[in-house]
Write a protein that binds this ligand. Structure first.
Ligand code: ZN
Length: 268
């Protein structure tokens, strides 16, 4: 697989996907997203792989979507609501849902900051191991939008904490995330990858088909409770936010648009 920012390696029965763009705090450009999806599909298709580990290289797990849109795939025409809706449906929502549905257990290893769409890299994984310095936040309300494309907040944090984190844009630390059930284990930073690999290898000793069914049982239960229906409905709400923000700022919210949005928010 030819990838600039994403590596996929097989170690025994563990497939390791590494997002390696530390110079940009692992921000997700369109090219990065394409490469990530290719890696997830490679891990799914590889018969040697029984468990998938998702990790990123650098101080921070991911700064979210790359707002600069500077890479080769990044050139996009002038902002149009229909194109944007189509883009985010195909690339953001569909990727997060399809990575969650890969029929093999997956474990994310999170260090440093995990901001906004960074959550859309770890939440699709079945388990999350966090370093002690990990912080999770979704400050997208500053863009005039209810939060990131994938509204899993209510499921991950519980309703009250989800509201607090969305209303304030504050970050939550690894330990508190564990207490809320969003994170499975918190470990010293130096132990993050070894602990994740040890757990992955332990799970990989189990029967692959039984693992698949165990994963499906939990995901189906969430779906019966409304997870996917809510995620789809909230995605549309996100796009109403985009459209309204575009009207207010005169186009796709850029970093300049953000401050103008914040300013307008203060004045309203
Ligand atoms: Zn969006």
């Amino acid at each position: 697989m030819q990838s600039e920012h994403v590596r996929f390696e097989v170690d025994g029965h563990v497939g390791v996907i590494t997002l390696d763009r530390p110079e940009a705090a692992n921000a997700q450009s369109p090219q990065v997203l394409t490469e990530l999806d290719e890696a997830w599909r490679a891990a799914d298709a590889d018969d040697r792989v029984k468990v998938i580990v998702f990790t990123t290289n650098g101080r921070h797990f991911s700064a979210g979507h790359d707002m600069s849109r500077t890479d080769a795939e990044g050139e996009r025409p002038e902002w149009k609501a229909d194109d944007h809706y189509d883009w985010e449906t195909r690339r953001y929502l569909h990727y997060a849902k399809s990575w969650r549905a890969v029929p093999k257990p997956s474990i994310a290893a999170v260090q440093g900051k995990c901001i906004a769409a960074g959550l859309m890299l770890c939440w699709p994984c079945d388990l999350i191991i966090a370093a002690e310095n990990a912080e999770f936040s979704d400050p997208v309300l500053y863009m005039g939008i209810r939060g990131i494309e994938l509204h899993a907040h209510t499921w991950e944090f519980g309703p009250r904490k989800a509201k607090e984190l969305l209303f304030t844009g504050d970050a939550i630390g690894a330990q508190e995330a564990k207490e809320l059930g969003m994170v499975n284990r918190v470990v010293p930073l130096a132990d993050l990858f070894p602990t994740t690999m040890t757990l992955a290898r332990r799970i990989a000793q189990k029967d692959a088909f039984a693992l698949r069914l165990a994963k499906q049982a939990v995901n189906h239960t969430m779906d019966v409770q409304g997870y996917t229906t809510a995620v789809d409905a909230c995605f549309d709400m996100h796009h109403f936010g985009h459209a309204r923000a575009a009207l207010v700022t005169g186009g796709m919210p850029s970093l300049a648009g953000l401050s103008s949005m914040k300013q307008k928010g203060k004045n309203e």
